[in-house]
Design a protein around this ligand. Structure first.
Ligand SMILES: C[S@@+](CC[C@H](N)C(=O)[O-])C[C@H]1O[C@@H](n2cnc3c(N)ncnc32)[C@H](O)[C@@H]1O
Length: 274
């Protein structure tokens, strides 16, 4: 299903306004691959008809479908390994020591996709820090895509998905077979609060403060002013001595100088004043 130049412009503008996602020229193939199936599923015949429909009336349900389809939700359990090693060896031991009196931790996975990242974190905590069972540990997991959030809430993964990054002992311990799929333990599912959230919102509602924010592999889709604005918001909701993780290919350098790198091994940052 080929897209016309005018419809491509309309879609890129829409996706940028609604989700801050930047689609450069040449990404027509991506829009075609993502919106073709949506048009088909909705019985709209073609992307051209879908775009005409969007232009005619900004139906919120249709808009949600289009934004959902245009997000890239690639993720896996314990993705990149190193960030989780750093969490295990340095970040959580330090936080546990510093918060020992209040016995409370607040964590935000800010682009949680289908849940592998927050569930990896939840398993890491259970496996390595049993003392936290007596603490109040709040994990908020958000994403702009309602579809991935629905999957995350269900915690249901294919064999292929559990094969990606999940150690076999953790599969056996925390998942049970549901037909051909694997579902994560109900206790782990209910230990996480799932919410729709647009990181590109100019101002954030009152939230936090968070001891730890995972903002991984999402900033790559945004332009520099959006990244700057998001990092500014992160500073406001992060505890002064808290931690911020970005994706391996992402950095705060030349975007927001208020962050300092915590390690050479992974993209973990702390506020400079801390
Ligand atoms: C590539 S996934 C990264 C998932 C996970 N953090 C990881 O590193 O494996 C990027 C996620 O960011 C979400 N996303 C894209 N734009 C967003 C926005 N404006 N606000 C919130 N989430 C957004 C997408 O829906 C997608 O699930």
């Amino acid at each position: 299903m080929a897209i016309s130049a005018e419809d491509f412009r309309f879609v890129t503008e829409l996706v940028r306004t609604e989700a801050a996602i930047v689609l450069d020229a040449g990404k027509e193939y991506l829009v075609e691959a993502r919106l073709g199936p949506v048009a088909h599923q909705l019985g709209l015949g073609s992307i051209a008809v879908l775009v005409t429909e969007l232009r005619a009336r900004r139906d919120p349900a249709l808009l949600t479908r289009v934004i959902d389809a245009m997000t890239t939700n690639e993720t896996s359990f314990f993705r990149d390994v190193q960030p989780f090693e750093h969490l295990k060896r340095k970040v959580f031991p330090e936080l546990i020591e510093r918060r020992w009196n209040e016995k409370r931790l607040s964590i935000w996975c800010a682009a949680a996709s289908s849940g592998q990242e927050p569930y990896s974190m939840a398993m890491l905590l259970r496996e390595n820090f049993p003392e936290l069972a007596m603490w109040r540990v709040e994990v908020l997991a958000t994403d702009i895509s309602t579809q991935v959030l629905a999957k995350a809430r269900e915690g249901l993964y294919s064999q292929l998905e559990v094969n990606r990054g999940l150690p076999a002992p953790l599969l056996v311990k925390y998942f049970h077979k549901q037909g051909l799929e694997w579902q994560i333990d109900a206790k782990l599912r209910s230990s996480i609060q799932w919410r729709e959230f647009n990181l590109a919102a100019r101002t954030y509602p009152p939230m936090g403060p968070f001891d730890l924010i995972m903002l991984r592999n999402v900033m790559i889709y945004f332009d520099v002013p959006t990244k700057r604005s998001i990092l500014g918001n992160m500073r406001r909701v992060q505890r002064p001595d808290g931690y911020l993780f970005l994706g391996t290919a992402e950095t705060t350098i030349n975007v927001d100088d208020n962050f300092a790198s915590d390690t050479l091994h992974t993209a973990c940052y702390r506020l400079k004043a801390a």
